[in-house]
Design a protein. Structure first.
Length: 364
């Protein structure tokens, strides 16, 4: 599962990518510095994993991860191939969620592609290009569906109605994710077309150091503008966060954060937010050799969760032995949890809960 970082040139995308992944993507003060998408595998910060490590004292600890993709900057006309438009739109279509970086700071030394700082204008520029590309997709599909609908095909007629609603919404400047379509119709007719503006989005307001905690006027305007989108907004001083990652020791980084009034790096919140945006959650396995966080889609059943470890575990699933994270933390060990009667045995229909500590029994 991948989250793609998007935005206009020079808003801080590559600096954010470096900050999240420590992968050192090229970052400079000119447009189209990023041409090929950079991909980083980022650990998901999780205090529960550290707690389990302290309780179990394993030989190794393996966190959950999420893929972050740094995609080339977009400009007006991208939907018609301007700049790196076609390449950008192809790259973003391959991601599962969007981290949309908006410049929310003033700095005369950093060139803005449109000459001034206006995050709402920037947002609308990118939204329009993505919506135009989705409109192209709708119109191509409509041409085919209309022919079938004219023959009296009931399914085609229903699909035509949905597509016309999408077309009308996109032409009015509304992203697909915000167009009212019931869940069944969305699953059947909308999601298979992989609309770019149907992907879940998080707006990352890139601020200066002084606005890292409380934001600023630019951030307020963004929050107001996206209020109807069911989207998350994260405030991040990207340049400052990048400086923090360059410090040598954990103690130095913590002192820097405390000076800013932050309890943890904003990037940690962003990574967890991206993980949630992708509709992912975590279960754990815990033993002397390894404590590990495993990534599953929200709503996964016990056999599906077992299949993440190995396909044989899913095929031969018998049962899962489950301890809630809170019980593990409260009792301090698997043995004490068992003695307290808090370990549960669950079957094939069990829906795994975020934070479950699990053992699987299987037979191949």
């Amino acid at each position: 599962m991948k989250a793609g970082i998007v935005g206009l040139p020079n808003v801080g995308k590559s600096t954010l990518f470096n900050c999240l992944s420590n992968a050192k993507a090229q970052s400079a003060n000119f447009p189209f510095c990023t041409i090929e998408p950079n991909i980083g595998v980022v650990n998901v910060p999780d205090a529960r994993l550290q707690k389990l490590e302290g309780l179990v004292n394993p030989e190794k600890v393996i966190p959950a991860t999420v893929e972050i993709v740094d995609i080339a900057g977009l400009v007006k006309g991208a939907s018609k191939g301007e700049g790196l438009g076609n390449q950008f739109l192809g790259n973003i279509r391959e991601t599962d969620a969007i981290l949309h970086v908006l410049r929310c700071f003033d700095n005369d030394n950093i060139v803005h592609v449109d000459g001034s700082v206006d995050p709402i204008r920037d947002k609308e520029t990118i939204d329009m290009e993505l919506q135009l590309k989705d409109l192209e997709t709708v119109e191509k599909k409509l041409d085919k569906v209309k022919r079938a609908a004219k023959t009296g095909n009931k399914d085609a007629q229903k699909e035509e109605t949905i597509l016309l609603r999408l077309k009308e919404g996109l032409e009015a400047g509304t992203s697909v994710r915000a167009i009212a379509v019931d869940e069944d119709a969305r699953a059947e007719y909308v999601r298979p077309l992989q609309f770019i503006t149907d992907k879940p989005v998080m707006y990352v307001c890139n601020v200066d150091e002084g606005a890292a905690v409380d934001g600023n006027v630019y951030v307020d305007t963004v929050k107001k503008a996206v209020a109807g989108e069911n989207a998350e907004v994260v405030v991040l001083a990207v340049g400052t966060e990048a400086d923090i990652t360059e410090l040598d020791t954990y103690e130095e980084r913590q002192l820097f954060l405390e000076d800013l009034g932050l309890s943890e790096p904003g990037s940690a919140k962003l990574i967890r937010g991206a993980y949630a945006l992708l509709q992912l959650e975590t279960y754990f396995t815990a033993g002397e050799k390894e404590v590990r966080a495993w990534t599953i889609p929200v709503g996964a059943t016990a056999p599906q969760a077992a299949g993440v470890i190995h396909t044989d575990f899913e095929k031969g699933f018998i049962r899962a032995e489950v301890i809630s994270y809170h019980d593990y933390e409260n009792y301090g060990s698997e043995t004490k949890v068992k003695e307290a009667g808090k370990m549960r045995v669950e079957g094939k229909d069990y829906v795994v809960q975020d934070g479950d500590v699990m053992h699987f029994r299987f037979n191949v």
